[in-house]
Design a protein around this ligand. Structure first.
Ligand SMILES: [Zn+2]
Length: 81
């Protein structure tokens, strides 16, 4: 039996380290019962930074933000960071 290793699919040491840290963070959060949200960058402008609720209704105008779930309000400038 031959085993073929596809080197192109293997992560670089940097990628492996980043993945390890991500998993470690998620693991520690899970132990504390803290929900972990992985936010899609494309939805950042309409995702609440406070509770993670994502809805297009969250975005009132281009410069304002009001979460329809928890009531969090903020400016888009602070959301993009
Ligand atoms: Zn919210």
């Amino acid at each position: 039996m031959r085993l073929t290793v596809q080197h192109k699919l293997l992560p670089t040491p940097q990628q492996a380290e980043a993945l390890r840290r991500t998993l470690e963070t998620a693991y520690k959060a899970a132990l504390k019962g803290v929900p972990v949200h992985y936010v899609d960058p494309r939805n950042t402008s309409r995702t609440c930074p406070n509770c993670g609720h994502c809805a297009k209704e969250n975005r009132g105008t281009q410069s304002s933000f009001a979460c329809t779930s928890c009531g969090f309000e903020g400016l888009s400038a602070s959301l993009s960071r």
